[in-house]
Design a protein around this ligand. Sequence first.
Ligand SMILES: Cc1cc2nc3c(=O)[nH]c(=O)nc-3n(C[C@H](O)[C@H](O)[C@H](O)COP(=O)(O)O)c2cc1C
Length: 191
Amino acid sequence: MNREASDFSPGSRHIGYTVVCFVAVPVYDTEVCLLKKLILYGSKHGCTEKCAYLLRDQLGKVDTVDLCQSPSVDLESYDTIFIGSSVYAGQINKAVARFCTANLTILQKKQIGLFICCGLPDKAIEQLETGFPKKLVQIARAKGYFGYQLDMARLSFFERMLVRVLGKRQNERDIRHAAIKDFAQIFMQAS
Ligand SMILES: Cc1cc2nc3c(=O)[nH]c(=O)nc-3n(C[C@H](O)[C@H](O)[C@H](O)COP(=O)(O)O)c2cc1C
């Protein structure tokens, strides 16, 4: 028997076939998917902050938090976290040190990059490795020295006296743009 579509749908005439496909289109929560990288930093006189923003320019979509201003941060939605600090009297920034210690367990589950700004290039990585918690140093995918800046007008009276004793009387600046770029590329290539 020759069955027409009109047999199934009274009043309509069969004129051909069509194919209906069901395609599963992934739907992303853009907040969760895009905000994957975070830069945390502590800066006393602005150099580390400047370097944090130079790093951000290399990475694209990244959140940036000054730990001296916002000491508590929700790290849950980030998978890569960069942490930067300056060095004074051989110590990393107190807010950065406190944050790393308080959040060590969750930080150890992330991809970590550590960077430092300090006036002694030859001792930079040594100061980074003694300043940050050992466990973070061990898992860090990159450790960077981004240079330093000494701006006399920003220093306190005491700090000015101290650097004068070390023979420094003028502004100095050596921000290492190439090092920041290389550091960012290590992460971009791996992800
Ligand atoms: C009082 C004083 C102490 C410093 N102590 C050190 C130090 O122990 N080791 C070092 O490598 N750099 C030292 N520096 C250099 C700073 O780490 C450098 O200027 C850095 O760029 C400051 O970063 P910030 O502007 O983000 O605070 C010192 C600078 C000052 C003014």
